[in-house]
Design a binder for this molecule. Structure first.
Ligand SMILES: Nc1ncnc2c1ncn2[C@@H]1O[C@H](COP(=O)(O)OP(=O)(O)OP(=O)(O)O)[C@@H](O)[C@H]1O
Length: 257
């Protein structure tokens, strides 16, 4: 179970640009839950992910995993149990290395030895099978440099790499936003399949309201550092894109937009 308890986060404290983003923000995510997170620009979605991953510190409150306080744990330690995919396909993969080398790096996550251990015959066959399961023909490009792949192929690889080793949390930060609709659909279907198979606790930030409705068993809508919609189970299943749009419109009117 992941808990954000009484989180307080300010940016640029003591300056003219001071922003208090989170003031007593609380969120509990059960094991295996797939949470879709939507919200307007600047509502705090990425900051929330960064706080969970330890990419930014908090000014107050605790981050707990299975009852253990990880607030002070460094990001590289937390990443042993976290897979994260970013909006930019160039993050999370190494462009100057081949697909095979990238997969070997992901396979050896947390270990200190080189790539050799990841590239024996058995591993290569396993990587080929993994790539073939996606259906994009990546298994025939194992010796191609990742920088030469399309954005969609690269994001697919990033997703496979992030979930290759057992992880507790999969963090998806607008991971389909830079993809064309058809490729985004392929990456989302793969996401759904991986989450289901691995039963990994997942938090997916997206501006695609259809994906937020179709995927996941819980939906959060963020606004100014608060979760203003939080629906799970049957309530989440019943949600339609129009319901979220309606709340977006109400907020816009309140904010004078
Ligand atoms: N490193 C930072 N320094 C200062 N302010 C920041 C920083 N990161 C985020 N903010 C501010 O915090 C607020 C929330 O930003 P955040 O990126 O978390 O929002 P978001 O919901 O992910 O937005 P978007 O949908 O545009 O990605 C914004 O007002 C933003 O300007």
């Amino acid at each position: 179970m992941l808990e954000l308890q009484h989180i307080h986060k300010m940016y640029n404290p003591g300056t003219i640009n001071e922003i208090c983003l989170f003031d007593d923000f609380n969120l509990t995510i059960e094991d295996g839950q797939f949470v879709s997170v939507v919200g307007s620009n600047g509502s705090g979605k990425t900051s929330m992910l960064n706080i969970i991953c330890g990419s930014i510190p908090v000014d107050g409150g605790k981050i707990m995993v299975n009852g253990v306080d990880i607030t002070k744990k460094k990001d590289f330690i937390r990443h042993q149990s976290i897979g994260r995919v970013f909006q930019d396909p160039s993050k999370g993969t190494c462009p100057s290395m081949t697909i095979l080398e990238n997969l070997a790096i992901a396979d050896n996550k947390g270990k200190t030895y080189g790539l050799g251990r990841g590239t024996n015959h058995a591993r290569i066959n396993a990587y080929r099978e993994l790539l073939a399961s996606v259906g994009l023909g990546l298994e025939d490009k194992m010796h191609t440099k990742v920088g030469a792949l399309s954005g969609g192929q690269r994001q697919t690889l990033a997703l496979l790499m992030a979930t290759m080793k057992p992880i507790e949390f999969l963090i998806l930060d607008e991971h389909t936003a830079a993809l064309d609709p058809k490729t985004a659909e392929i990456v989302m279907q793969l996401t759904g399949k991986i989450v289901k198979e691995k039963k990994v606790t997942t938090i997916m930030v997206t501006h695609n309201l259809r994906y937020a409705v179709e995927y996941g068993d819980r939906l959060l809508m963020m606004h100014q550092g608060h979760a203003i919609i939080d629906k799970a189970g049957a309530e989440k299943k019943a949600m339609q894109v129009d319901d979220i749009l309606g709340t977006f419109n109400e907020i816009s009117i309140e904010c004078g937009n």
